[in-house]
Design a protein around this ligand. Structure first.
Ligand code: ADP
Ligand code: MG
Length: 246
């Protein structure tokens, strides 16, 4: 059995199965894996294979039907969604300040806003602090979402296809941002992607999920920053693509 106390493992899934109520087929079956503290893991796989369900189980938003999960308590886990999911009636800085005040009710609005500014600076958005979500680009909104998720200094950051609605140039910039934040904060990151190239650009470990179970797991040793035209990058993508479409 995998065990969180054995090593540096922060998250451990042991024989996880998940069937949603009123569904005949299971969303997940026989899922076992562990994630070490401080790593960046990407889940890839076809649409409907169960990637989001894995993140929801880690976040405590869903319960497994069978098996056991070891993970930090939900309050120490932050999730970033595809759309950024910001409050449209709050400015960028107030979107971040709000979660700080929800976390610690004693925090004054002034201090919360000051701390929020620091997290916006981490994602290079200090100039946009007083803008409303409607006045930000898709990439900027997603960076506010990431700043907000990091503001509560989580043990685990979960990202569910966070860049899928963005253009390629913005996506590349956000990849660089995410890798920089990962290095700066040491946060354990788990991200879902349906793009093999994205996973190879980011991850220290990739888990391929097909039809609700783990088809393959890869450990990547390509040094950062990774460039798509490098031979090692291309070879890794080819290797994973073979399994993805097998
Ligand atoms: P992915 O993120 O890889 O696209 P999901 O984890 O969202 O896949 O879904 C896996 C399977 O579980 C799919 O067949 C999907 O229809 C089903 N599913 C996901 N969420 C629910 C739900 N809330 N109720 C019923 N079925 C669901
Ligand atoms: Mg999904």
């Amino acid at each position: 059995m995998l065990n969180a106390s054995d090593s540096n493992n922060l998250i451990v899934f042991n024989g996880i199965g998940k069937t949603y109520p009123h569904e005949h087929t299971s969303a997940l079956h026989d899922i076992s894996f562990s994630v070490e503290k401080g790593t960046l893991t990407c889940f890839i796989g076809p649409s409907g294979s169960g990637k989001s369900t894995v993140l929801k189980l880690i976040a405590g938003l869903e319960k497994p039907t069978i098996g056991s999960i070891q993970a930090p308590p939900p309050k120490n886990i932050s999730m970033v969604f595809q759309s950024g999911a910001l409050f449209p009636w709050l400015t960028a800085v107030d979107n971040v300040a709000l979660v700080l005040q929800v976390r610690d009710a004693r925090l004054s609005k002034t201090i919360a806003r000051k701390k929020a500014q620091e997290f916006l600076a981490l994602v290079r958005l200090q100039e946009y602090a007083e803008k409303y979500p409607a006045d930000l680009s898709g990439g900027q909104r997603q960076r506010v979402g990431i700043a907000r998720a990091l503001a509560v200094t989580p043990d685990v950051l979960l990202l569910d296809e966070p860049f899928s609605a963005l253009d390629p140039k913005t996506t590349a910039e956000l990849h660089d941002d995410l890798l920089r934040l990962w290095k700066q904060t040491g946060t354990t990151i788990l991200a879902v992607s349906h793009l093999i190239e994205e996973a190879v650009a980011l991850a220290s470990s990739i888990i391929l999920i097909k039809e609700g179970t783990i088809a393959q797991r890869y450990t990547l040793h390509i040094p950062y920053p990774r460039r798509e035209q490098e031979t090692a990058f291309i070879q890794e993508v080819h290797h994973i693509r073979r399994d993805f479409f097998a």
